[in-house]
Design a binder for this molecule. Structure first.
Ligand SMILES: Cc1cc2nc3c(=O)[nH]c(=O)nc-3n(C[C@H](O)[C@H](O)[C@H](O)COP(=O)(O)O)c2cc1C
Length: 208
């Protein structure tokens, strides 16, 4: 009887101990994975920044010359948008904005929108999203060339009322069976161009 009780107590302690070890391992793995995802995302943003605005175009450190703006009116939703300024001999040559389109099919889509000093788009990249493989993920350059359709466009090409997907009467292709994702991206690229146009003088003068 005494032996039985001692055995039950010991088993209880062992069970508790193993549960604690299990919980610890799961949270460690979670924390490590989380950090790894954040680091991968940071590296991917860097790679895309340099792809959009190569070193030959500027002579400053893009990562050191950033601004953070929070302009709910411009970007449609309260969000902190990082702006990377590319300058040559102190003059702004390009601005890369990192807005988030809030209305993808599966949530937010983080973008990089690179704009030449004259308001013309250098290019757009989707750097983080959860869009459905085979449907909305065609915004990825490794899945399709859809984002390249933004290259060289501006607020006058096409005119603002055609800054929509074709299904909505605009100039930009949607994907087969997936209009929500491209619609969200086109909308945010337009907002970013409009933000740049409205703040161009201020952004050209701001240093660091
Ligand atoms: C499981 C599932 C996943 C989907 N994923 C996406 C997506 O990532 N992006 C998207 O735009 N539409 C996605 N759709 C389709 C949308 O529900 C919607 O039908 C479509 O975007 C509307 O485009 P359409 O008018 O061209 O059909 C998905 C639908 C289903 C059933």
């Amino acid at each position: 009887m005494v032996d039985n009780k001692a055995f039950m107590i010991k088993s209880g302690w062992m069970l508790g101990l193993f549960s604690l070890i299990g919980i610890g391992l799961v949270s460690l793995t979670h924390s490590f994975t989380h950090q790894q995802i954040a680091e991968n995302e940071r590296l991917f943003v860097l790679k895309n920044l340099h792809e959009l605005v190569p070193n030959a175009l500027h002579d400053n450190d893009l990562l050191a010359d950033t601004l953070h703006v929070s302009d709910a009116k411009a970007f449609g939703k309260q969000q902190d948008v990082t702006l990377y300024r590319a300058t040559k001999n102190g003059q702004l040559v390009a601005l890369i904005a990192a807005p988030t389109a809030p209305d993808g099919y599966n949530g937010s889509i983080k973008l990089l929108v690179a704009i030449k000093e004259n308001g013309e788009l250098i290019g757009v990249r989707a750097v983080a999203h959860h869009e459905t493989p085979g449907l909305g993920d065609a915004i990825d350059t490794n899945k399709s060339g859809w984002v390249y359709a933004f290259n060289g466009r501006s607020l006058s090409d096409p005119d603002v009322k055609h800054w929509r997907v074709k299904r909505d009467g605009g100039d930009f292709d949607q994907f087969t069976g997936a209009t929500i994702t491209p619609r969200a991206v086109v909308k945010m690229v337009l907002k970013t161009l409009q933000y740049y146009q409205a703040n161009q003088d201020k952004l050209a003068k701001t240093h660091g």
